[in-house]
Design a protein around this ligand. Sequence first.
Ligand code: SF4
Ligand code: SF4
Length: 402
Amino acid sequence: MVAQLDPTVVDRNTTLDTLLQTPAGRRLMTCIQCGTCAATCPYGEGMDFSPRLVINMLRRGFLDEVIQSESLLRCVACYACMAKCPRGIRLTDVLLPLVKEQTLVQQSEIPAELQKSLQNLLRYGNPMGESPRKRANWATTAGVQVPLLAQRQSNGPVEVLWFVECYTSFYARGQDNSRATAKLFDALGVDFAILGNEEKCAGDCGQLTWESGLFETLTAHNLEVFNKYRFNRIVTGDAHAFNAFRIRYPMYGLQAPVEHTTGFFARHLPQLRPLLTQRLDRRVTYHDPCCLGRAGGSYDEARALLEAIPGVKLVEMVHHRANAICCGGGGGGMWLDTYYKQKGLERLSERRVKEAIATGADVLAVACPYEVSRFEDALKVVPHDRPMVVRDVVELLAESLA
Ligand code: SF4
Ligand code: SF4
């Protein structure tokens, strides 16, 4: 499990130039060049400089060659290398983002799709370039009351500040996740509220992709909004926001406990289980999101929720839990599919749905909003004999509510 980034290991102002003076940087020197990281990386074969070679070049003072190559454009921040490194070297959340950022500065051509998304994040606070004023529009179709924190009457703290995030606010298919979550909160009688238009992207992909400056802008905004309100915990269904709040935001002052919706609802399973009365009779396989599984150590919660639904039979893919294959959406991969195609690389989402199809499941369950659209797209091109649908865990729970 990846713990919060201890500021004594690396602080928020660390750059490539100062990295080797920090404890995390000095740990790079303990790399034994075993190559486990390169072998674990889903795109390792396509990289001129795998994580092992990045360290080797850094130690020999040849990092410019890495920065000028396109190697780290292939890194989808999946945490697979870091999870397996026998030396505990912080590859995914310390070394690789710092190298990627310099790559962005020095590369003459950054894939247009990625560039546009980063510009949208800066300008609109969401990667799709939607008007920030529409952020809470989905709530009018939730079927239950979705209170805004700004309009809350009570003086006491709200129990749950629900950080909805971008894909679940703006994308039609992502909004299904939000409606399901609202219904579950309502059914459990949870005291919750959302930030509405005051919320901006948590910025995890800004940090793990290319842009620490962009990440800091988004972080500063969200922390300022958090500081206006009183709440006991933050809950989010976005595994990337969960990652950012848990690992990075504490370095900027966030102190509130943070839970992913799967963790929150699993903790409330004794109250939730009696409400799950609709049988679903589905064979379900669960994809572990990288930010929740390898990065967050949460593997059991989503499975416990799925198994609580009457009629659900859970089956596992060949690669699951810590060995799960990334959907390819992290670290900017969400906006690099065209680039990967041009380079002749298989989309990881297609590699993953092949494993899901092989289980004979009829539902591919996920717990991160990126995965719904990525896997639904992949299923359109990967041949399969029996129908398969993609559903977030919260969508299946809400379907089973009386
Ligand atoms: S797995 Fe760790 S120790 Fe092995 S080569 Fe990679 S960074 Fe070095
Ligand atoms: S984080 Fe994932 S994609 Fe990036 S180098 Fe490590 S294993 Fe490869």
